[in-house]
Design a binder for this molecule. Structure first.
Ligand code: PYC
Length: 316
């Protein structure tokens, strides 16, 4: 396995509304599989050491979401994407897709207009707008369950809604300060909620792997502010594209957001996504998210065979 580490992998780094994305552009070995789910599983089985080597310390850090580009699986798609983080693999990633689009533009590989991508969660599309922002059309989102209660040790009963937006979210409103100065406490609290959900298998055992705290906005041009704990245990610096998709489905189920109405989601860092829902031909809810990414660097990661940390630092 150790011998299977390439000597170099080339990446382009970006951030989308504060949340980093690292797109692998060269050097990753071939990923087998006919579908994107099979490819994600192949990576989990065969390439997990590369996931850690590329996104974890000392070459990365716990907030980075990696994006491996593969050949497409569907006619009409530009490429496939498997997103991963410091702990696991994702179905879809909203901020990550916006980062991929800006990265492909930076590399001169993007056709103008709407471009389709294959992900393990399904086919998504994106359009680079004239002002540099990107609008993504996510997989259908849905409200799975409302008012789900879970007992969280040392906190008490927490009630929230369960929604899907390409990843699974438990969305709750608690009387806590959603400020950057409070992120360590918010991370501990949301991790305790995640642990309690894992133990209790709430909402029919829905595979919830993101916890979203929602509260009042601090910006005049936002409807709510959030703190999102991601599946790797790190918090999202952006408003979370899949989380915003799930939030809009829950709001729609509660009769608080009509199709076509804008939802302006502020993040814990003060950045913002603008989202809205449309109804698909079969009545499914289609989330659309607009946000902006900036390319921050291009790097050649080197994996010296003598480096004891070429596969990342265990636990860091
Ligand atoms: O934007 O969907 C998102 C996302 C998921 C995890 C981190 N960001």
């Amino acid at each position: 396995m150790i011998d299977e580490v390439p000597l170099v992998i080339r990446v382009v780094d970006s951030h989308t509304e504060g949340e980093p994305t690292r797109v692998i552009v060269d050097g990753w070995p071939e990923v087998e599989g006919r579908t994107m789910e099979e490819r994600r599983e192949y990576m989990r089985q065969q390439h997990d050491h590369l996931r850690r080597a590329v996104v974890c310390e000392p070459r990365g850090h716990s907030a980075i979401v990696g994006a491996l580009l593969t050949p497409p699986v569907n006619a009409g798609s530009l490429c496939g994407i498997v997103f991963f983080n410091n702990g696991t693999y994702l179905g879809m990633c909203g901020h990550g897709l916006i980062g991929v689009v800006r990265t492909l533009e930076h590399l001169g590989r993007l056709r103008p207009g709407v471009v389709r991508f294959d992900t393990p969660a399904g086919v998504v599309s994106a359009e680079l707008n004239g002002d540099g922002s990107v609008t993504i059309d996510n997989v259908p989102s849905r409200c799975h369950a409302l008012d789900v209660a879970v007992d969280v040790p040392e906190f008490g009963t927490v009630t929230g809604d369960v929604g899907y937006g390409g990843n699974w979210f438990f969305i709750t409103h608690l009387d806590v300060s959603l400020e950057m100065s409070n992120v360590n406490a918010l991370t501990r609290l949301t991790q305790s909620i995640q642990d309690a959900i894992d133990a209790a298998r709430v909402a029919g055992g829905a595979p919830i792997d993101h916890i979203e705290l929602s509260g009042p906005p601090t910006r005049d041009d936002a409807d709510a502010r959030n703190f999102v704990l991601c599946s790797g245990g790190e918090y999202d610096r952006s408003p979370c594209g899949t989380g915003t998709s799930a939030t809009m489905a829950v709001l729609h189920a509660r009769g608080r957001l009509a199709a076509g109405e804008e939802w302006r989601q502020e993040s814990i860092t003060g950045s913002r996504f603008v989202g809205w829902l449309t109804e698909g031909a079969n009545g499914e809810l289609l989330p659309h998210i607009r946000g902006t990414a900036y390319v921050t660097g291009e790097a050649t990661l080197r994996f010296d065979p003598d480096d004891p940390f070429r596969l990342g630092i265990e636990g860091a």
